[in-house]
Design a protein around this ligand. Structure first.
Ligand SMILES: [Zn+2]
Ligand SMILES: [Zn+2]
Ligand SMILES: [Zn+2]
Length: 89
C-alpha cells in the first residue's frame, strides 16, 4: 500500500471483500445499483455514489465507519470518508 497520511487506511492489513455481490439495502427495497463497496469496519456491502440510493455513503455517515473498499472484480482500492483519501492495495 502506498504511503498515506490517513491512519484509517494505514491501519487496514486485511481488506474485507463482499460476502455477496449485491447491495443488501437495495435488495430489501427492490432497487438496483451501479457499483458495490464493502465497509471495512463491519463488512457490509452496499452501493456506490453513482447508484440511486448511495447506500455505502449513507452507511458511512450514519455509523461513522470511515473506510470502504471497492467490491468490483479487478478493482483494488480503499477510500476513507473523513480524510477523502484513496489508497490502492
Ligand atoms: Zn482516514
Ligand atoms: Zn444500495
Ligand atoms: Zn460499516
Amino acid at each position: 500500500m502506498s504511503a498515506t497520511a490517513c491512519a484509517h487506511l494505514s491501519a487496514i492489513s486485511t481488506v474485507k471483500g463482499p460476502a455477496k455481490r449485491e447491495c443488501s439495502e437495495c435488495v430489501k427495497i427492490g432497487s438496483s445499483w451501479v457499483h458495490l463497496r464493502t465497509c471495512q469496519e463491519c463488512g457490509v456491502t452496499l452501493c456506490c455514489d453513482n447508484s440511486p440510493n448511495r447506500h455505502a455513503t449513507k452507511h458511512a455517515r450514519a455509523s461513522h465507519h470511515p473506510v470502504i473498499a471497492s467490491a468490483e472484480p479487478g478493482e483494488r482500492w480503499l477510500y476513507c470518508y473523513p480524510h477523502d483519501a484513496f489508497a490502492e492495495y
